[in-house]
Design a protein. Structure first.
Length: 573
């Protein structure tokens, strides 16, 4: 049962166990809610039929029922709400832990707004359903059959009169289930699209305003919101009509109990106490059934959200052994890769980047240079061939162990809304302030940092909003220097640097490459002319490998790239 709850509602082990306990408590709440009916029947028996009992008996029974109700309701409240909030936190932590293990490829194929909505909105919906609906539905699924058997055993006709309308009520709900699921799924996906559109509009405000697109974007957002509201209203209308009609059907339980009860009483087949008992039970079941109708609608609403969490949980994670050892040569053997299955990016790439050497990768835009760096750092996993580091296939290495040997600087810099000191210290958490500042000096950061209002303690804003592009780039380079890893990966580090700063960075790099493996991409081909090895890529394949002077003679593509670079440097506006 617990495994079924865990699978059905995407819960943790603790959450499923607590939900099972809450369902048991809710079952006893349903049972205890029948006790006042039993007390009322005793009072009718006392006053109408003359079967008198001691006043102390009724007082004692009433006190017992009140005490029992208090204890059961208190236990149910604790299990439904207090433990639910704990599960909500555990569920978010569980999802976040799973996301931390997923490769970067997952996030490139899924919108970040969708992931954040799963952690916040979807878990919140599950939290509400667990605390209000799930346990009640499960408890009633056990309680109703048991009561039905007792009613049918007591009197078949009266039992059928009470039970059949309630059964018909639930049949109507189940018949509308697929319609509700489709409507809720459509609404779910539209909300996701809206979230992504809003996030995009916020992130691209500079482009939207500078190109005069404000009114156009606003109109599109309003249109999407209107469409989502139409979907929402249609779903709510369906739920409302179904619930209302089901409630009307369940009223037949009372009517049928009265009609057949009078007939049987008039014919002398049952006593007035019997009729009253069935009528009171019918009222209680009708009340409970009305609540279940709303609970069932919430469970149907939950379906798409549970599936989304399950999808995340079932995503394969990168696993491997905690072993990365010298020599730190990077060997690519017939490597193939595609972001989308129908569009290959790398088509059998083979070369070796050796330790204590600098290997540069060059080629036209879109030839697969950055993809190679992403594969080597295992931010993505390749599709075919092998990539070896220290003679071991990186797919057999744990990502944490591999990352500890890598210092990576990509073209797109990500900084946190924290101090300069803390942003650089990400490279190595246990570094002292002096070590951080030394890394900043090596990366040519110290001069501009000291000009900031609070120096190294200056908060730089979200993603370094208060810094220039070159300053942000140099901070990311300082992180790599601080980490001091045996493998250094540099992707277009000079893209946001002027010539003077680029030369200083090159001088700093020369201090780091001793006994290290350096893999670099640069569109400024002048900066990589003296590296130990240049790999020329053409449309996802290795066109040539060698040093600058050799490639000028043996590679037409490389010679063409050098010629174009020289023309660009000489171009004047």
């Amino acid at each position: 049962m617990i495994d079924m709850l865990k699978e059905t509602f995407a819960l943790t082990d603790r959450g499923a166990n607590d939900l099972f306990k809450a369902s048991i408590a809710s079952f006893f709440v349903y049972v205890s809610n029948m006790l006042p009916t039993f007390l009322l029947m005793l009072l009718v028996d006392h006053f109408l039929l003359g079967h008198e009992k001691s006043s102390w008996f009724y007082l004692g029974l009433s006190a017992f029922i009140l005490l029992l109700l208090y204890l059961i309701l208190n236990a149910e409240y604790d299990l439904l709400y207090n433990t639910t909030y704990k599960e909500s936190a555990n569920l978010r932590i569980d999802i976040a832990h799973k996301l931390s293990k997923l490769p970067l490829s997952y996030f490139s194929k899924n919108d970040l707004s969708d992931v954040s909505q799963t952690i916040m909105s979807d878990v919140e919906a599950i939290e509400h359903a667990i605390s209000h609906s799930v346990a009640k539905v499960l408890a009633f699924a056990v309680f109703f059959p048991l009561v039905s058997v007792l009613l049918l055993t007591g009197n078949l006709l009266l039992g059928l009169a009470v039970v059949l309308p309630i059964v018909a009520n639930f049949c109507l709900l189940l018949l509308s289930k697929n319609l509700q699921l489709r409507g809720n799924k459509k609404y779910f996906h539209r909300l996701r699209e809206n979230s992504e559109s809003f996030q995009e509009a916020i992130e691209l405000q500079q482009e939207i305003k500078s190109y005069g697109l404000t009114e156009k974007v606003r109109a599109e957002l309003y249109q999407k919101m209107d469409e989502s509201e139409r979907i929402h209203l249609s779903v709510e209308l369906l739920v409302g009509l179904t619930t209302t009609f089901s409630g009307i059907v369940s009223y037949l339980s009372l009517a049928a109990a009265i009609f057949f009860g009078i007939q049987l009483y008039m014919s002398g087949e049952v006593s007035i106490l019997y009729v009253l008992g069935y009528l009171l039970v019918a009222m209680k079941l009708k009340e409970a059934a009305d609540g279940i109708n709303g609970y069932m609608a919430e469970l149907f609403y939950l379906d798409a959200r549970v599936k989304r969490i399950k999808e995340i949980r079932k995503m394969p994670v990168q696993e491997g052994k905690e072993v990365v050892s010298e020599p730190y040569d990077i060997c690519l053997q017939d490597v193939t890769f595609a972001y989308e299955s129908h569009t290959p990016v790398l088509k059998g790439v083979t070369f070796t980047a050796r330790q204590n050497q600098v290997t540069a990768i060059v080629g036209r835009s879109g030839c697969g240079k950055t993809s190679i760096l992403r594969l080597v750092s295992r931010l993505y996993d390749y599709d075919g061939g092998r990539i070896l580091i220290g003679g071991r296939d990186i797919k057999q290495l744990a990502t944490g162990s591999l990352f500890s040997k890598l210092s990576i600087v990509f073209q797109d810099v990500i900084l946190f809304n924290a101090s300069v000191l803390d942003n650089i210290r990400i490279g190595r958490q246990d570094a002292t302030d002096e070590e951080v500042k030394e890394a900043a000096r090596l990366a040519n950061c110290h001069e501009f940092i000291t000009r900031l209002p609070e120096g190294y303690d200056t908060l730089i804003g979200e993603n370094g909003a208060s810094l220039s592009g070159g300053e942000r780039q140099r901070l990311s380079i300082a992180r790599a220097f601080l980490k001091n890893a045996p493998i250094i990966i540099l992707d277009e580090i000079s893209a946001s640097l002027d010539v003077e700063n680029e030369k200083k960075i090159q001088d700093s790099l020369n201090q780091l490459i001793k006994d290290r493996t350096v893999l670099v991409i640069s569109h400024r081909l002048k900066s990589i002319e003296k590296v130990d090895q240049i790999v020329v890529l053409d449309d996802g394949r290795v066109e040539a490998v060698g040093q600058h002077q050799d490639l000028l003679k043996s590679s037409k593509l490389y010679a063409s790239l050098i010629k174009n670079a020289q023309q660009i440097e000489q171009y004047q506006y």
